[in-house]
Design a protein around this ligand. Structure first.
Ligand code: AMP
Ligand code: MN
Ligand code: MN
Ligand code: MN
Length: 284
């Protein structure tokens, strides 16, 4: 398959911090012309069988997906996994472990918010959560918008949920080695998500790409809802320099919050190898 394909290999459902069900996402993706789709919920693959069935019902090709949170050089980095076996026991166990820290972290976040006068944030966030193992900052953001503290979720992150702000709790996620290992041992391809979003020094970024490759990582997101056109070109160069295949995904979360809709991104540059070429035999 060529790079001229409306593939959307990054989005979130109610199984993590999206607001649509896997079925509603599949319908929306299809309506927007997506030809190959992957649902990539944060640290969770519990929606994979539903998503695959929904894609099939829509006559759309499907790759399994997830987006794993890791800590690298003191920052949180996201690694997308594509085309793995969703029933792989080691991967399921690893992800369960990485989700395990979210409950206590959410309690601490609520404590930080209470200290600046915002009461009941834990219970408030939970109202927006459908997967009890996956309380995310996004759910806190939705509660703070609902209760009128901020106008939109972006403002909540800026004022309350990023490093240095009262609701931010640093967290130790999985390691790069573990995340890449779970994905590749389950037959999938690991992809560095939205690389332009991190605040690494050039040396740290070089280390991320180098270690990622050492552990068996093979791809990088080039065209994503989180990249400008200039950033896509930068990471197209990085893909060539490091011999990585390229991925494309909107990172869609919600019709009310996401500025990039499913299936609405530019195509991958024709000079790159698309990740779906490596995964041809994993496409359902
Ligand atoms: P968590 O995994 O709980 O740390 O939450 C991270 C999630 O917060 C990301 O996956 C995004 O969906 C969301 N997020 C992060 N930064 C922002 C931001 N500046 N504005 C809106 N949402 C954000
Ligand atoms: Mn998210
Ligand atoms: Mn992400
Ligand atoms: Mn994402």
């Amino acid at each position: 398959m060529s790079s001229i394909l409306n593939a959307d290999l990054h989005c979130h459902s109610v199984v993590s911090d999206g607001t649509l069900t896997p079925e509603a996402l599949a319908e929306r993706a299809r309506a927007n012309g997506v030809e190959l789709w992957a649902l990539t919920d944060h640290d969770e693959i519990g929606g994979q069988h539903r998503a695959a069935a929904a894609a099939r019902a829509q006559g759309m090709k499907y790759l399994t997906g997830t987006e794993i949170s890791i800590t690298f050089a003191g920052q949180t980095v996201h690694i997308v996994g594509l085309g793995f076996d969703p029933d792989d026991a080691a991967m399921r166990q690893g992800l369960r472990q990485t989700r395990g820290g979210r409950g206590p972290r959410a309690q601490e976040m609520a404590g930080g918010l209470a200290a600046v006068g915002i009461q009941g944030a834990y219970e408030g966030a939970l109202k927006f959560v459908s997967n009890p193992e996956l309380v995310s900052r996004t759910h806190f953001a939705r509660f703070l918008v609902e209760s009128g503290v901020c106008r939109d979720t972006n403002e909540v992150f800026r004022k309350y949920l990023i490093e240095g702000k009262p609701g931010y709790v640093p967290h130790r996620w999985a390691s790069l080695r573990d995340a890449v290992g779970w994905i590749t041992k389950a037959g999938g391809v690991a992809v560095i998500a939205h690389p332009a979003r991190y605040r690494f020094t050039p040396n740290e970024e070089y280390a991320l790409f180098t270690e990622f490759k050492t552990h068996g990582g093979q791809g990088v997101e080039v065209v994503t809802g989180s990249h400008s056109a200039a950033e896509a070109l930068t990471y197209a160069d990085m893909a060539r320099e490091f011999g990585l295949v390229a991925s494309r995904g909107s990172d869609f979360h919600s019709p009310d919050e996401s500025h990039t809709d499913l299936g609405s991104l530019p195509f991958l540059p024709g000079t790159l190898t698309p990740v779906w070429e490596l995964l041809a035999d994993r496409i359902q």
